[in-house]
Design a protein around this ligand. Structure first.
Ligand SMILES: Nc1ncnc2c1ncn2[C@@H]1O[C@H](COP(=O)(O)OP(=O)(O)OP(=O)(O)O)[C@@H](O)[C@H]1O
Ligand SMILES: [Mg+2]
Length: 256
């Protein structure tokens, strides 16, 4: 089971959009069984998949806190065949305090994913929250591959430096860290500043940059209707761009 995390500690860089639509593409176009695990108290992955997560129980919080509930017990099907959801909502906000005394508090997600029997899902896609937090640490420890969406704005490179620092710390502490497999420039507009940031990203992540994801109102609309772009506007430029990125994420050699 591949474990692919969409991470950027900076908010609003299209993590959730990429996570949910990549998952839907892998399920639909590659015929794989995919789990989206939402690790964000905002619950946006669920909302983007048409699931009303307010007051929902059990959620990923229960998986992280209670060994008696397995990931399979809590995952629920979505409207996309082959795509399941481990939903989050604001109940997850208490997690860092609730596990403060547990020695394995940063490894709980990895441990619960390790327990999933082979053959249930081909991939789990993790939608990380926009924060440097215990939850993000759980995500980085659980993932083997990281997709890094970078909003092409002035402070974008700062966000990249933060992620690289987190991965470096993890490597030093545990002897392993996930590989950044793809960097996706998002919020793209054709400006001089965007071109300069793109050039810097190309230098810093050689061979790992995808085509940029431009602004597409259909992508935002799809999200607001709780549908994937492939259901809502399959022939839109946004759908073509997200399919191309999903292909770049999936059709690469699996991490060892
Ligand atoms: N290419 C796009 N064109 C237009 N709107 C987009 C595009 N990608 C994402 N959006 C919209 O931008 C908003 C933020 O996107 P998204 O939720 O994917 O970011 P995020 O990184 O997950 O945010 P957060 O850090 O809060 O979790 C959403 O309303 C989404 O619908
Ligand atoms: Mg998000």
């Amino acid at each position: 089971m591949r474990r692919i995390a969409f991470v950027n500690e900076k908010g609003g860089t299209c993590k959730t959009t990429l996570c949910v639509n990549t998952a839907a593409w892998i399920a639909t176009e590659r015929g794989k069984r995919v789990l989206v695990a939402d690790l964000d108290t905002q619950g946006h992955a669920g909302k983007a998949l048409g699931v009303d997560v307010r007051g929902l129980t059990p959620t990923i919080r229960d998986v992280l806190l209670r060994d008696s509930l397995s990931v399979r017990d809590v995952a629920r099907p979505t409207g996309v065949p082959g795509l399941d959801l481990l939903a989050a909502n604001k109940e997850l906000a208490g997690f860092p305090v609730e596990v403060a005394a547990f020695p394995d508090r940063a490894d709980r997600l990895r441990r619960r994913l390790d327990e999933i029997p082979d053959g249930v899902w081909d991939a789990v896609l993790l939608d990380a929250p926009p924060s440097v937090s215990l939850v993000t640490e759980n995500v980085l420890r659980a993932a083997t591959e990281v997709v890094l969406p970078v909003g092409l704005t002035y402070l974008a490179l700062d966000g990249c430096a933060e992620i690289l620092a987190s991965l470096e710390t993890l490597q030093q502490e545990t002897g392993r860290s996930p590989e950044i497999t793809l960097v996706v420039p998002t919020l793209y507009r054709k400006t001089q500043l965007a071109a300069e940031i793109l050039e810097k990203l190309r230098e810093r992540f050689p061979g790992k940059l995808s085509a940029p994801l431009g602004f597409s109102v259909k992508i935002d609309e799809a999200q607001s209707h709780g549908r994937t772009i492939f259901e809502y506007a399959p022939r839109s430029t946004g759908a073509l761009a997200l399919a191309e990125i999903a292909r770049a994420v999936w059709d690469r050699p699996a991490a060892p």
